[in-house]
Ligand binder design. Sequence first.
Ligand code: HEC
Length: 157
Amino acid sequence: MRGLLALAVAGAALGAAATAAEESPAVPQTAAQAVAARQSAYLLSAATFGGMKGAIDRGDDVKSQAFASRALARWARTLPSMFPEGSGVEPSEALPNVWSDRAGFEARAADYAAAAAKLAELAQAGDQPGFAAQWGVVRQTCSACHDVYRKPQPPRG
Ligand code: HEC
């Protein structure tokens, strides 16, 4: 009786393991899902980043930007993983060189991540002029990547 129960338990465990394996495929998302995820994250990061400029212009205590700038730094670090191989599909505005010149793309992302990490440190330290200057440095890292790896944008009117 005990033996049968043990077998049944072992069988159930094996079944559960098999199901778990089926539920974690090697490719966790479709190309279209990767595009949608990174585009929404980009829009959120742009809103966060723009909000910081508002705080600078108002003369707010930059410590109020510590959370937002830490969040930006975290996003910057994870950015390359949002561009898996094969995810250059409509409606993505990423240029094919994101994948053909991966080292260059990752270097731009690393510049951004380093600049954003410094921005977060300055916010934490309450360094008002330092934060304002570093905001401009971070913005340059956005453009440095967009100029090369993103489809040119129509001029804003
Ligand atoms: C390492 C490269 C890189 C860096 C750094 C970078 N971007 Fe981008 N960004 C891209 C690429 C590539 C796209 C196009 C993504 C797509 O459509 O698949 C993009 C798209 C965007 C979009 C459009 C999203 C949409 O839905 O249309 C915004 C907004 C944006 N970036 C803002 C920023 C801001 C703000 C920064 C800096 C704070 C930044 N990006 C830094 C590469 C970068």
